[in-house]
Design a protein around this ligand. Structure first.
Ligand SMILES: Cc1cc2nc3c(=O)[nH]c(=O)nc-3n(C[C@H](O)[C@H](O)[C@H](O)COP(=O)(O)OP(=O)(O)OC[C@H]3O[C@@H](n4cnc5c(N)ncnc54)[C@H](O)[C@@H]3O)c2cc1C
Length: 433
């Protein structure tokens, strides 16, 4: 058998990057290898929109809650790049997304020796070496096979593409996680681009922060196009930013949520939902409302927000997309025409429901080796280790995928990333040394 690593981390986004930093800073002597599908370090590059800011307090970065003295903090990034004072003087509540992405890229750059970029993991299997020791076998898009005594899946959540969009394969219909590359592709196809190739009409589906950002971006990018945002709830809502609700992003809440029975978890989710989902920050809502108001004042409205709307069907044709839309309160049907449709329809959590995933995609082949609770949820320990059905199964951790077991603070955000990295690093060390 070829070399067996102590641990393979799949994905090198902020979650597994924070883990790599924690392993180094805690001085754990682990042979860790990370495999990342993207060609190089980046963060949310498909949504690097001009003017967009981040949604986390910048000090809740890759390291600071775990180790405020870390050299990989956002503040030290600014300092080492000669921008600390300039940054502190910017009249913005939160940093620009592009600046935070540069921070993540800078931090990842210190760990390139541990990462294979441009390598997508295509399969995960359980096996044994010649001495009968169990391990994981990981296959990659390059046709390689790697082995490890433990795995950490940090692949981010899968996009949620609801019906009827899930039955469509067309460059004219895409999820926000492909936004900028998809626009470039449409331009190459001659479907939509700048100048006289500008689209006539575009539809955004969803009521999240991203939906509002996309609406603003499309309105700026294609000022003559009609941009319509279809929202299932009554209209666009502001995030719950009460400091009391924000305590849902404290580690104490993670423990509290973890111990709650499923019915109470559902109740907590319902309460916390508006702190992160189906809602947007006040600044972008106000900007959008002002824009629409001014267009009306000018007698030239081109941006529309249509609430209580559900897309029931769509027809992708040579020259565009026709959407059959229901007004949920009156039951009336409408037809919308668009050159392309952007789906801001969210992400899939782990769980048994139709909009969830039973296991992360890479665990499908080995799902039977792991336990599920009586409600059909994958059994995950407090330290993010997935509970195996047999005790000799090597350790497998989920990093950033555990909202259904650990609550909103584990919604894949930066909020508790550094503390979760510490928990996983500590457990890896205990299991492997
Ligand atoms: C547009 C947008 C903006 C956001 N802004 C914020 C914000 O401001 N603040 C905040 O707290 N959260 C934000 N989030 C939430 C976001 O989930 C986190 O910021 C963060 O990206 C989570 O890190 P992660 O490592 O868990 O996942 P990701 O960032 O998704 O990283 C996962 C990595 O795994 C790689 N990967 C996936 N599958 C494979 C495979 N099979 N093989 C190899 N590699 C693979 C991917 O290429 C990716 O690089 C935002 C999300 C979006 C979509």
């Amino acid at each position: 058998m070829t070399h067996c690593h102590d641990v393979i981390g799949i994905g090198f986004g902020p979650a597994n990057l924070a883990l790599a930093i924690a392993i180094e800073e805690e001085g754990y002597d682990l042979d860790a290898r990370f495999l990342e599908a993207r060609p190089g370090p980046s963060w949310q590059s498909a949504m690097m929109l001009d003017g967009s800011d981040i949604q986390n307090h910048p000090v809740r970065d890759l390291v600071s809650l775990r180790n405020p003295r870390s050299r990989y903090s956002f503040l030290n990034y600014l300092f080492e790049n000669g921008r600390l004072l300039d940054h502190l003087n910017v009249p913005m509540e939160f940093p620009l997304r592009k600046e935070y992405a540069q921070y993540v890229t800078w931090a990842a750059g210190h760990f390139s020796r541990l990462v294979d970029y441009g390598v997508r993991v295509t399969g995960v299997a359980l096996g044994r070496d010649a001495a009968g020791e169990p391990h994981y076998t990981v296959t990659t898009s390059r046709g390689e096979t790697l082995h490890a005594r433990a795995l950490v899946i940090g692949t981010g959540r899968a996009p949620f593409i609801p019906a009827p969009f899930d039955a469509v394969a067309s460059p004219r219909v895409f999820h926000l996680t492909r936004y900028l590359p998809a626009l470039r592709h449409l331009e190459e196809l001659g479907v939509a681009g700048p100048g006289d190739r500008a689209p006539r009409a575009v539809t955004v589906v969803g009521g999240s922060q991203s939906a509002v950002e996309l609406t603003l971006d499309l309105a700026r990018r294609f000022p003559r196009a009609q941009v319509t945002t279809l929202v299932r709830s009554l209209t666009l809502r502001e995030k719950d930013t009460s400091p009391f609700s924000e305590e849902g992003y404290f580690p104490g809440f993670t423990d509290y949520y973890y111990r709650a029975p499923r019915a109470r978890k559902d109740a907590l989710d319902a309460y916390m939902r508006l702190t992160n989902y189906s809602s947007a920050d006040g600044d972008v809502l106000r900007e959008l409302y002002r824009l629409i108001y001014e267009q009306r004042l000018d007698g030239d409205q081109r941006v529309f927000v249509s609430g209580s709307r559900q897309v029931q069907g769509l027809d992708v044709r040579e020259d565009g997309v026709r959407l059959d839309v229901e007004e949920l309160n009156t039951g009336e049907s409408e037809e919308h025409e668009a050159d392309f449709v952007v789906l801001a329809t969210g992400f899939r959590d782990l769980g048994p429901a139709g909009h969830q995933e039973r296991v992360p995609a890479l665990m499908r082949e080995i799902a039977d080796d792991f336990a599920f609770d009586e409600h059909g949820y994958l059994a995950v320990g407090p330290d993010y280790e997935v509970q195996p059905t047999a005790p000799e199964t090597p350790a497998l951790f989920l990093n950033g995928l555990c909202e259904s077991s650990h609550g909103i603070g584990d919604a894949g955000s930066f909020s508790l990333l550094s503390l979760r990295a510490q928990t996983i690093a500590d457990s890896l060390r205990k299991r492997l040394t």
